[in-house]
Design a protein. Structure first.
Length: 232
């Protein structure tokens, strides 16, 4: 993929965060990874969305060195790069970080988002996990790298496609997908099911029944399983 195409794709995905009501102010970022060149485009730090252009998508290599662009990349760049290093070979080529309201409520509570129904199961196979608290040393050290470390620690033993989001304790969600556009979709679905789960949790005083495992498996696998049959 040409760098120009990568930057345009990532710009479009960043602007979708606004269209889908997943961010306010500058509270979010999308990146895209090209596995051929092993380059990543990511939004520049602190740029207002109303003024955003392709030139604000900074291109870096997997070590974080700027290859193209005159702006400072997002402060979350290292976290994104760690996800690409871990999952790029598995086809993950888009990462999104937001502070969308309901997903962040769950992150601040330190609780996983339970799978209560088929809407959740259509995209996430199981609960959406929340990381442990970071230690003071992790916070005061290489914070963004350590954020990536605890995401990957939480993902240990999980599939990066069936669990395509993690909530960072006290912070907010990271979601990913095969493209920047798919990562944004996963972030939108995450926020939608986070809101519904919060309502179920509050309505039931925390006693709402989880979905039957057979039903959860059915809904996920008919879309994404080896014998999927959803869609055209």
């Amino acid at each position: 993929m040409e760098i120009k195409q990568l930057r345009e794709e990532v710009l479009t995905a960043n602007l979708e965060l606004v269209t889908r009501n997943l961010i306010i102010s500058t509270w979010g970022n999308v990146s895209g990874y090209d596995p051929e060149s092993k380059l990543v485009a990511i939004k520049a730090s602190g740029v207002e969305y109303k003024n955003m252009k392709a030139e604000h998508m900074v291109v870096v290599d997997l070590e974080g060195d700027v290859v193209e662009g005159k702006y400072h990349p997002s402060t979350d760049t290292i976290t994104h790069l760690m996800l690409y290093r871990a999952y790029g070979a598995e086809g993950i080529c888009g990462v999104v970080h937001t502070h969308s309201q309901y997903a962040t409520i769950w992150a601040q509570s330190g609780m996983d988002i339970p799978c209560y129904g088929t809407t959740h199961a259509d995209y996430y196979h199981g609960d959406i996990p929340t990381t442990r608290l970071m230690t003071d040393a992790e916070i005061n050290g290489e914070y963004e790298k350590n954020t990536g470390d605890i995401i990957l620690e939480t993902m240990r033993g999980r599939n990066c496609h069936s669990t395509s989001a993690v909530l960072v304790h006290s912070h907010g969600p990271f979601a990913w997908g095969k493209t920047p556009a798919e990562a944004v979709l996963h972030a939108q679905v995450l926020e939608y099911v986070a809101k519904m789960a919060w309502s179920n949790y509050v309505m039931s005083g925390g006693t709402c029944r989880l979905i039957q495992q057979a039903l959860a498996d059915k809904h996920y696998n008919r879309k994404f399983g080896p014998d999927s049959y959803y869609g055209q």
